[in-house]
Design a protein. Structure first.
Length: 174
């Protein structure tokens, strides 16, 4: 994971504050915190790996509850820069939505995407999420405050979208 982040710093640092000042110790802490977050149900972090190359880290995707009583969750992701543009971001996000609705029982799943992150916007659009609006100054990346756009999908919207994604080959039927 550390090597994949190091190889992707310019793209990651544009949008994700944790990528600034990234060192091996940050990777160690992430893996340690991930394990305890998973056990406590605070967040579910997944390593993205290709079946034919299981030791090669491609990126991460996470899903976590933002409101337990309302069954709302959020998804975040990154893909190593030398493997972007191959559909992996869209595929793993679709899979995370499937996990969110089918396994975690969420009612609503949200993506928050920095204004200007067009590739990530395209993932939200492609997966049929609804644009909700702009959240001002949601994250500070270096010296800059970034606005986020919020996109969401509801549990009763998922079966129809899921069927389309299976038909398009984005999601595998399980
Ligand atoms: C955003 C990100 C996850 C996209 O991952 P990806 O594996 O390239 O995703 P996909 O291949 O499914 O492509 C998503 C869209 O971006 C476009 N895209 C991806 N890489 C591109 C590139 N190098 N040049 C132009 N367009 C590109 C794709 O064409 C696709 O759009 P389309 O469906 O209209 O064709 C990846 O670029 C990334 O990790 N960026 C930095 C971290 C980040 O922004 N995380 C998301 C925070 S909300």
């Amino acid at each position: 994971m550390h090597d994949a982040v190091r190889a992707s710093l310019p793209e990651l640092q544009a949008w994700l504050p944790w990528a600034l000042g990234y060192e091996r110790s940050v990777a160690h802490r992430f893996v340690r915190d991930s394990a305890s977050a998973w056990n406590d149900g605070r967040a579910f972090d997944f390593a993205i790996r290709l079946p034919e190359e299981p030791d090669f880290h491609v990126g991460n995707i996470s899903i976590w509850p933002t409101s337990v009583p309302n069954r709302i969750g959020e998804v975040g992701y990154w893909i190593r820069s030398d493997l972007t543009g191959e559909g992996l971001g869209t595929e793993v996000t679709a899979r995370a939505l499937e996990i969110g609705f089918a396994e975690l029982g969420y009612h609503k799943i949200v993506l928050r995407i920095a204004v200007g992150n067009e590739r990530s916007d395209r993932i939200a659009k492609r997966l049929g999420l609804t644009y909700e609006g702009v959240l001002r100054d949601e994250v500070k990346v270096g010296a800059a405050w970034l606005d986020h756009t919020a996109w969401s999908i509801l549990e009763d919207e998922w079966p129809g979208i899921r069927a389309q994604l299976i038909e398009q080959g984005v999601l595998r039927s399980r």
